[in-house]
Ligand binder design. Structure first.
Ligand SMILES: [Zn+2]
Length: 176
């Protein structure tokens, strides 16, 4: 592996082992739970929106290092961004995974550039996309007024099971 690939690998492992923005939110304005049947990854996303800005975004989930590290990097990047900025970043991220952008054109993506190598492994692209697909679903549902906050009294950080890292209090199930 090249030095750059080593560095990228370290960033991915760090986010996987120490996920940023990990948790659950009781007073969320939007959310989505997605499941990737190809790999078994789960992402449960909660978003707090104020004045068309992502005020807070957290996730919980389990699965492969790529799916979980991608969600961690993504949440870190999107906090404080507007909904339209989030959509632009998603487009740039998709171009990265299609190999349409070089690494030096991806500075806006922050740590997510470490996942640029995923483009060589088509089976893993779905893993790298799962968190972003959850954001798109959450934001689209929010904008269309479709999102209903689940009626869950325990929906706090504490409700995440330490063993499985899954969010086990809400009854809504993961969508494929
Ligand atoms: Zn995966």
């Amino acid at each position: 592996m090249s030095e750059l690939e080593d560095l990228y690998q370290d960033i991915i492992v760090d986010h996987f082992q120490n996920p940023r923005c990990f948790g659950c939110m009781k007073d969320k304005d939007a959310g989505a739970k997605l499941f990737n049947p190809l790999c078994g990854d789960q992402i449960d996303l909660c978003v707090k929106i104020e004045d068309d800005k992502i005020k807070k975004i957290v996730f919980s989930g389990k699965g492969c290092s790529i799916s979980q590290a991608a969600a961690s990097m993504m949440c870190e990047l999107l906090e404080g961004k507007s909904i339209s900025e989030a959509k632009e970043l998603f487009e740039l991220y998709q171009k990265m995974l299609k190999g349409e952008k070089q690494d030096d054109e991806l500075n806006e993506l922050g740590d997510l550039v470490a996942l640029s190598g995923v483009r060589k492994f088509s089976a893993r692209i779905k893993c790298a996309m799962l968190g972003w697909e959850a954001v798109q679903k959450a934001l689209n549902d929010y904008l269309q007024g479709h999102y209903k906050t689940p009626d869950c009294q325990k929906c706090e950080k504490d409700c995440i099971s330490k063993e499985s890292n899954t969010h086990n209090c809400c009854h809504i199930s993961y969508e494929k």
